[in-house]
Design a protein around this ligand. Structure first.
Ligand code: HEC
Length: 108
């Protein structure tokens, strides 16, 4: 069986998403990052992505990250890597994206 390498993180994320609590529940950035599967692709410290073509996020500007997440979710941002990320964006609300962006930007 020939599984394309880009499919592996998507499968990992789907497995994690299975255990995710209800959307809309009030969670802090670190909990959201772990429970909404971000950790599977972007790494525990948000700067060791599981594939080299995936972005490092730690310390990035929160306003930029929020905009990218919205654009990825809406489809306004679309390239060869976008489908992997878009596949999990139904797990996060815009409010949760803001909490995530603030928390990730605070990392070194
Ligand atoms: C299945 C893998 C995967 C998961 C899970 C994932 N991402 Fe991503 N993420 C990516 C990829 C790949 C990109 C680059 C997409 C592109 O180039 O359009 C990306 C892009 C981003 C960007 C834009 C980075 C930039 O420099 O422009 C942010 C911010 C981000 N992800 C945050 C998150 C957050 C927060 C979560 C959890 C809700 C998450 N990601 C879950 C794979 C993933």
């Amino acid at each position: 069986m020939n599984i394309h390498k880009a499919a592996i993180p998507v499968m990992l994320a789907s497995l994690l998403a299975f255990a995710a609590p209800a959307i809309g529940e009030d969670l802090d950035g670190a909990s959201l990052y772990a429970q909404r599967t971000c950790i599977a692709c972007h790494g525990p410290d948000a700067k060791t992505p599981i594939l080299p073509e995936y972005p490092k996020l730690a310390g990035q500007n929160p306003a930029y990250m929020l905009q990218q997440m919205l654009d990825i979710k809406s489809g306004a941002r679309s390239n060869g890597n976008t489908p992997a990320m878009r596949g999990v964006m139904h797990l996060v609300t815009e409010d949760e994206m803001k909490v995530l962006a603030d928390w990730i930007s605070s990392l070194d």
